[in-house]
Design a protein around this ligand. Structure first.
Ligand code: CP
Length: 323
């Protein structure tokens, strides 16, 4: 493999997805995030560090515009900004002029006219951040667009995998569940494939879109969950996104769980040192058994912690504060 360049700047003005990023861009984000990690002990790298409180982005302002519900992404962006002394303004959708019929583009142009330093957007429309980026110079960070991409999730997942496995290449990663509606799966496919991981996908046939093998190199679609789990180093479960189903795509949550819930018995097919991941929110007993989610194999809390570190890194890099 050719030697990688070390970047000091991202090649992109916005974070719209993982697909446009180079391996060097991703390495830069992960290296920057490492200095903000508060839980390196999770991977055996020493003591818990104090929560960072830095002046790096004092005087700068972040706007959050969430057109879909969120706990982890919205709050961790807020915390990331606050830990860097950045001011945060939330667009309260239900109390905004969106309710009077103001269009998305006019809303974003209005926000941009107030001269924030970055804008985080989550929207049900796939491609919305890309569309907005054509109309503003304010750096846009995609916090999830429809079923397309969730790049900050894939970056925090990569940091978590690397904490535990020390690498992203030469790994088998099983991504399981509702792949059809998962922007997390798409962003992870792009990222893991860029680093040479092997990715095994499985889920109920109506929830696994055709042609995924062509989306990125190293991707295999398995007929059964058990096949995808065999020898996996990393098991990434996905939530069943009932809210995105226009019509029922399986008989019942109970029936789904019978075949696709990650139980201790199914997990036994993965490597003994396999880690279990879930972007959250997870449905106990439907996409993951409670005893697996709460087990020592689960790195779900570390994913959440790394979410703040990755978002701090992105705010530093995209607002030009990176040294
Ligand atoms: N993982 C994730 O995007 O969670 P939220 O919907 O709570 O932000």
């Amino acid at each position: 493999m050719a030697a990688r360049k070390t970047l000091t700047r991202l090649s992109q003005q916005h974070l719209l997805g993982i697909e446009p990023l180079s391996v060097e861009d991703i390495e830069l984000v992960l290296a920057t995030a490492e200095k903000y990690q508060t839980r390196p002990e999770a991977s055996g790298r020493g003591e818990t560090r104090p929560v960072p409180r830095l002046d790096l982005l004092r005087g700068k302002t972040l706007v959050l515009a969430f057109y879909e519900p969120s706990t982890r992404t919205r709050l961790s962006f807020e915390m990331a900004a606050q830990r860097l002394s950045m001011d945060v303004v939330n667009l309260a959708l239900e109390a905004s002029s969106v309710q009077k019929g103001e269009s998305l583009l006019d809303t974003v142009k209005t926000l941009a006219a107030m001269r924030p330093d970055a804008l985080v957007i989550r929207h049900p429309g796939s491609g919305v951040p890309h569309f907005l980026a054509r109309h503003t110079t304010v750096p846009i960070l995609n916090a999830g667009d429809g079923v397309h991409e969730h790049p900050t999730q894939a970056l925090l997942d990569a940091l978590t995998i690397r904490d535990h496995k020390r690498r992203l290449d030469n790994l088998k990663v099983a991504i399981l569940g509702d792949i059809l509606h998962s922007r997390v799966a798409r962003s992870n496919l792009h990222l893991l494939s860029k680093f040479g991981a092997r990715i095994a996908l499985a889920g109920p046939p109506p929830l696994v879109p055709k042609g995924l093998e062509k989306l990125a190199p190293g991707v295999t679609v398995c007929r059964r969950l058990e096949e995808a789990l065999e020898g996996a180093d990393v098991v990434m479960m996905l939530r069943v996104q009932l809210e995105r189903q226009r019509e029922p795509l399986f008989a019942s949550p109970r029936e789904y769980a019978r075949h696709y819930c990650l139980t201790p018995e199914r997990l036994a097919r993965a490597r003994p040192d396999a880690i279990v991941m879930h972007p959250g929110p997870f449905l106990r007993g439907i996409d993951i058994a409670g005893e697996v989610a709460d087990s020592e194999r689960s790195v779900i809390p570390q994913q959440v912690a790394n979410g703040v570190a990755v978002r701090m890194a992105l705010l530093e890099l995209l607002t030009g504060a990176h040294p």
